[in-house]
Design a protein around this ligand. Structure first.
Ligand code: FAD
Length: 399
């Protein structure tokens, strides 16, 4: 198997690299982990981080690179699957942010199912970062079994009146809009009584309550609706067809190369840290060699899974079991790596502001462990991915 770039892709890669080199300067100590990260508990640092990210994303957007799969007329770049892959690879290698909150979830849905008015109203400001979005799908009793959701929308003239609750809503505390799944027909089979609405977060009756995660970060929230009026013109697609609207995604690049790159960088960091400790005569370092070697092998497997997915997409196929394998393997690997980091660094790795050698290598093992746990839950838990691999991939019986 060969993974070399064609001459065209090599030229494209160089173009992206030059752009990143000229335009992206990460600040010392700032983290760019995205929505699953711990967030920064210091408001001033968080504000500086967000400003820096937003300025960078504006530059990406000006090139159409914020939504590379979208047609140019909507502000995208009409990129091929492999061009997107290379763009993503290079951005993640440089540890640069790649997208705005929820852009790749709601944007393609509006593009495919929205009216011309809805597209004109929502797509340009979304790309420019003038409005932030959040995803109102999960409810306290409906996560993996999402179609059982209970938030009710009842038609009243030109509006729906929405009552209910969402949970784990990432970024709801700074969102202007929510794309939300609601039940419009409680008597229909569960997948067929759902409608997809765009809900203004400033509408009367919406309240947001923070949920602080175990890393002490404010990433997600509970959101409550009490008689919230949503104009019928804000429904995407037909009434009661919202389930099928909600499962749309044109975010073509599903290879999860970001995880493979992050895993490789973490293993490199741990190896160098261990080498330095060994040089300093630390007898504790040697027994961990084999564990780090295991992580290095798994990191290479993770990258190969990503290449498998992208190869299927480049041939025009739709990865199914392979996408689940990549998501599950990569998210569980990130936990194993932070577990290894914890073994190696011991008590020194528990500090949030590490000192000495741990400080130099930014070894924050406990924090890393806590911020990698959600990755195996969000966007389909590991168990659900295993179900997909077993049933759709291997043809094993359900239940
Ligand atoms: C960091 C983070 C951000 C999130 N952001 C959002 C967001 O912005 N918007 C949003 O709507 N949701 C969001 N979620 C919610 C996420 O989609 C759900 O947590 C996820 O779908 C799992 O649902 P649940 O938490 O209700 O767990 P449940 O579905 O109740 O699952 C509980 C346990 O049972 C297992 N299980 C369930 N069903 C099966 C089955 N059929 N076979 C085997 N095992 C099963 C699960 O794997 C899990 O271990 C976020 C979650 C996280 C962690």
């Amino acid at each position: 198997m060969r993974f070399n770039d064609t001459p065209e892709l090599a030229a494209w890669r160089q173009q992206v690299r030059n752009f990143v080199h000229e335009n992206w300067q990460p600040a010392e100590g700032e983290s760019y982990e995205g929505e699953l990260g711990g967030g920064d508990t210091d408001p001033a640092r968080e504000a500086a981080r967000e400003k820096r990210i937003s300025g960078w994303l504006d530059k990406l957007g000006a090139n159409g690179w914020l939504a590379p799969a979208w047609p140019k007329k909507y502000g995208g770049a009409d990129m091929s699957v492999l061009e997107q892959f290379v763009l993503n690879q290079e951005l993640h290698e440089a540890q640069a942010p790649t997208s705005r909150q929820m852009l790749n979830l709601v944007g393609p849905t509006i593009m495919l199912h929205g009216t011309e008015e809805q597209k004109a109203e929502h797509l340009p400001p979304m790309l420019r970062g003038e409005v932030a979005w959040c995803q109102g799908f999960s409810e306290p009793g409906s996560g993996s079994d999402l179609a059982s959701l209970q938030t009710r929308a009842i038609r009243d003239g030109d509006d729906y009146v929405v009552n209910g609750q969402k949970i784990w809503t990432s970024g709801a505390h700074r969102a202007d809009w929510m794309f939300v799944l609601t039940r419009t027909d409680p008597d229909a089979p569960k997948h067929r009584g759902i409608s997809y609405l765009l809900l203004d977060m400033k509408a009367p009756g919406v309240s947001v309550r923070p949920l602080i995660n175990m890393a002490d970060g404010h990433v997600f929230n509970e959101v409550f609706f009490e008689d919230v009026r949503v104009p019928v013109r804000n429904r995407i697609g037909e009434e009661n067809r919202g389930w099928y609207v909600g499962t749309t995604t044109l975010d073509f690049e599903r290879s999860n190369i970001a995880r493979a790159i992050a895993a490789r960088k973490s293993v490199e960091k741990i190896s160098h840290y261990l080498q330095d400790r060994t040089k300093a005569g630390d007898p504790v370092a040697a027994p961990y060699r084999l564990e780090v070697a295991d992580r290095a092998i798994e990191t290479a497997v993770c990258a190969l899974l990503s290449f498998t997915v992208i190869a299927i997409q480049a041939r025009g196929g739709v990865p199914n079991m392979e996408a689940s394998m990549t998501k599950m393997y990569g998210s569980e690997l990130s936990q194993r790596i932070s577990w290894t980091e914890m073994h190696i660094s011991g008590m020194k790795g528990q500090l949030r502001e590490p000192q000495g050698l741990e400080g130099a290598y930014k070894i924050r093992a406990a924090m890393d462990y806590m911020t990698t746990v959600p990755a195996t839950i969000a966007a389909g838990t590991s168990e659900i991915q295993r179900n997909i691999i077993a049933t759709r991939g291997l043809g094993l019986p359900r239940g």
